[in-house]
Write a protein that binds this ligand. Structure first.
Ligand code: SF4
Length: 327
């Protein structure tokens, strides 16, 4: 069995965006050359600002969107050749909002067993028992089997969503902001539950989040996305202790400190997030970069391998060397 469960190689996804009634459509490269190997059993977090392409990348990895270019493999097989039903048994999503992701007209039991119905599981007589086992695993009492989502708390609804995602024992679970719609008091319970289930069921998680506290708590590695590219990929400890890419540094500086008198630290990201339809030249981060150099606006940085991942920044390109920052 290969150590790599998901492998993405130079993956692209382009959407044609209308610029107005009488204007030609323009390409938006939502994912623009992502190369990434995800190890079996790891928790890979994908972080970045809204619009950076992380949700599109998740959809590509789920096989919900075909890539415009490049190659995505699950366990060595091209994702787009895996039949839809089989794919649903291998990769499952958990969405951020349990309020809208559960059908209000279905009971808890019907929601959790739905994947077995869809997969035409051969033995319906076992469905209830399996659902109740899964409910026990996620901390839901069996008496809730016939209840409806509106009779549950937010935390219980997210537990139902997790049970539904895991009942077919998928290999990979993609968690899209799994706690952002929940009360702070239940967020850590759900995160701890996800951690426990990973160990118990040998799961691989891909977590999409812009909550860096969640990422630090859960992830084994972190991919930082900016305008469709992974600009830094590193082990979690390494990334939080010694971030390399100026964008990662700015993101980490933007985390609120526990001392409210310190306010929001300066992120150095004074310029607004660029329009993805009209990205800046060279390094697309250059208009916002605190360490920008003369050639950054002209030449796109190459991917430089580092321990546990890579970084895309001229500061780490030995061939270019360091110039004096002009910011
Ligand atoms: Fe900043 Fe230049 Fe590195 Fe881009 S390549 S992140 S502009 S230093």
């Amino acid at each position: 069995m290969s150590e790599i469960i998901v492998s993405a190689s130079d993956v692209m996804r382009t959407f044609m965006i209308s610029a107005g009634v009488f204007r030609a459509k323009r390409p938006l490269h939502a994912v623009n050359g992502v190369t990434l190997d995800i190890r079996r059993g790891e928790v890979l977090a994908i972080v970045g600002e809204s619009g950076c392409g992380k949700t599109t990348l998740a959809k590509l990895l789920l096989g919900l969107l075909p890539p415009s270019g490049g190659d995505i493999r699950l366990d060595g097989r091209p994702v787009m050749t895996i039949p839809r039903l089989e794919m649903a048994g291998l990769v499952q999503p958990i969405f951020q909002d349990p309020y809208s992701s559960l059908n209000p007209r279905k009971s808890v039991g019907a929601i959790i067993t739905l994947p077995l119905v869809v997969q035409k599981d051969q033995d319906p007589s076992t469905w209830r028992r399996r659902a109740e086992e899964m409910m026990a695993l996620v901390g839901l009492p069996p008496r809730l089997y016939n209840n409806f989502p509106n009779q549950l708390s937010g935390g219980q609804r997210q537990r139902v969503a997790i049970a539904r995602a895991l009942i077919n024992r998928p290999e990979v679970v993609i968690c899209d902001e799994p706690t952002s719609a929940l009360d702070v008091s239940v967020q850590s319970q759900i995160l701890n539950l996800l951690q426990d289930l990973r160990g118990e069921l040998n799961l691989t998680y891909i977590i999409i989040s812009h909550n860096l506290a969640v990422v630090e708590h859960m992830a084994t590695r972190v991919a930082v996305m900016y305008l469709g590219r992974i600009v830094e990929l590193a082990e979690t400890d390494q990334l939080f202790k010694a971030p390399k890419h100026p964008y990662t540094m700015a993101l980490l500086e933007s985390v609120l400190t526990p001392d409210p008198s310190l306010g929001i630290p300066d992120t150095h990201l004074g310029a607004a997030y660029p329009n993805p339809v009209d990205p800046p030249s060279g390094c697309t981060f250059h208009p916002r970069c605190a360490q920008v150099m003369a050639h950054c606006s002209v030449q796109a940085p190459k991917r430089v391998p580092v321990e546990g991942g890579h970084v895309e920044c001229h500061l780490f390109d030995a061939n270019l060397g360091k110039e004096k920052a002009i910011a």
